[in-house]
Design a protein around this ligand. Structure first.
Ligand code: BG6
Length: 492
């Protein structure tokens, strides 16, 4: 039993019924880095009772090979050594081509009729529709007597058209509430906390609107480069890879109206309204309100790193952006006139994800010399998870000067337990059947509808591709976005 007094109040979670988790693309990178460590952590925390995990992929592996791979993946992820054998004994492998009905028949034979079934698509996205189709044909999509769900990894299409096609394939075989479209940012602790903070406290919501909020700033900065993912990233770029999903989700959580309940659909109803309220870019506003750039060679964390064009797999003629910044308007009653500035980039000076809500000045300037930035509330998503509120206070002593101080809350010290990895939380939700932290079909549609015209404008060269040195805070051009209303980006 956990006796840590700081963890009192941490809720017991519902438990999954007996299930089989089938991982398509079981030999891939995502499965090894994220999924296996997450399942293992859930297992070790006692969250799973009667379960099995089945790997499904093309490599000619036996159950033993599969278990060895998982074991190695757990080592790499720094997982504990204890309980490994009991864990691995529940893992088995089906070797099959994703298109081969025999593989699905073998799968059907391995899963008892009463056992819930959770399909996890972790293959390259080109395979998704094929797998969905075969699952349907094999009777593994809608089953009598036991719930069946499907988790779909990102990217969820690369534009609205592709997303529509994938949605159509899914809905022809699965009910919408059985479809779990993942955005791992929604599994991060501080991201979940945005709703609790806003709607679980009475004192902030009254000021959460254009009367009191000056502007909102969202940053997701990474130090990593494109790594070994050029084949994917070249077709994606920062706009599709990060903005269409993670950053727009963060924006929606900050901007949405209070839901009527905390049910999955009530929350998603409100988020989708925000996406639909995003003012579409025009040829004029694209040029004025968006910046795209890619990193050149530089120094990150003390090490020299190559520029994007010198990364393995990147074409010399590439025009892919590794940085995107937008000034966005949310045309709703609550947010009319409040700029939302959002930015994301790879190879930046530090890893930092945060949302800063900047409040307006008091109506009367009684302490003009003390105005040092004003009230800001910062949701710190990573690396340190927490909240910071900046307030102006008097400097002690005989002078009348004041300055900004911060009130910090850190999850690590506040609760004394480490936050679980986003995948742990999300996976458990999918196993239970709770879609609150997953995207509904209309959300993905609305996000693509907003991004597509911007993407086309960028592809047509309306906005020049700038450069920034790796290890820096992004291109100088991005300064124009907050400068237009007299502000600066927060320092990274
Ligand atoms: C993924 C992107 O969705 O998110 C990656 O495809 C990116 O390019 C990653 O590096 C960032 O996630 P996190 O959790 O490390 O902030």
């Amino acid at each position: 039993m956990n006796r840590n007094p700081l963890s009192i109040g941490l809720p017991a979670r519902r438990r999954p019924r007996p299930f089989a988790l089938v991982v398509y693309g079981a030999t891939g990178d995502l499965a090894a880095r994220k999924l296996y460590p997450a399942v293992f952590a859930l297992f070790r925390n006692g969250a799973l009772d009667d379960w099995k995990m089945i790997g499904f992929a093309r490599r000619p592996w036996s159950d033993t090979d599969f278990r060895k791979e998982i074991d190695t993946a757990l080592d790499k992820a720094g997982a504990e050594k204890t309980d490994r054998e009991a864990f691995l004994s529940r893992c088995s492998y089906v070797k099959a081509d994703f298109d081969d009905p025999a593989g699905y028949a073998a799968l059907a034979a391995a899963v008892e009729p009463g056992r819930e079934l959770v399909h996890y698509l972790a293959t390259p996205p080109e395979r998704y529709e094929q797998i969905i189709e075969r699952l349907g044909e094999a009777g593994l999509a809608r089953r009598e007597g036991a719930a069946t769900r499907i988790v779909v990894e990102k990217p969820f299409g690369r534009d609205r058209k592709e997303a529509d096609s994938l949605n159509a394939a899914l809905s022809s075989r699965f009910d919408e509430d059985a479809v779990f479209r993942i955005d791992h940012y929604l599994g991060k602790e501080t991201v979940q906390n945005i709703a609790v903070f806003r709607f679980g406290n009475g004192i902030f919501e009254p000021v959460w609107n254009s009367r009191y909020v000056d502007y909102v700033e969202i940053t997701v900065a990474e130090t990593v480069g494109v790594e070994t993912r050029a084949a994917y990233y070249e077709r994606s770029g920062a706009l599709r890879d990060m903005v269409q999903n993670h950053l727009l989700q963060l924006l929606a959580l900050v901007a949405m109206e209070p839901p009527s309940s905390m049910s999955a659909d009530a929350i998603r109803d409100e988020k989708v309204k925000v996406f639909r309220a995003l003012r579409p870019f025009t040829e004029e506003s694209v040029v004025r309100d968006t910046v795209r750039a890619r990193y050149s060679a530089g120094v990150v964390d003390g090490a020299e790193v190559p520029g994007y064009l010198a990364e393995p797999g990147v074409a010399p003629s590439s025009m892919t952006e590794t940085y995107a910044a937008l000034r966005v308007a949310v045309d709703s009653w609550r947010w009319s006139g409040v700029p939302f500035i959002i930015r994301t980039g790879k190879r930046m000076s530090r890893r930092l994800s945060e949302i800063a809500v900047h409040f307006k000045k008091p109506p009367l300037e009684l302490f003009p010399q003390g105005w040092t930035g004003g009230n800001r509330l910062v949701f710190r998503i990573q690396p340190e998870e927490g909240l910071t509120l900046y307030l102006n206070t008097k400097i002690p002593g005989l002078s009348d000067r004041s300055r900004s101080v911060s009130m910090d809350f850190l999850y690590g010290t506040g609760f004394g337990v480490p936050s679980p990895d986003a995948y742990e939380r999300l996976l458990l939700d999918a196993l239970i059947g709770d879609g609150t932290l997953y995207n509904r079909r209309d959300e993905t549609e609305a996000c693509w509808a907003f991004i597509d015209p911007l993407r086309s404008a960028w592809d047509a060269g309306l906005v020049p591709l700038s450069e920034y040195e790796a290890g820096r805070s992004g291109p100088v051009e991005a300064r124009t976005l907050p400068a237009a209303f007299g502000k600066k980006w927060r320092r990274l």
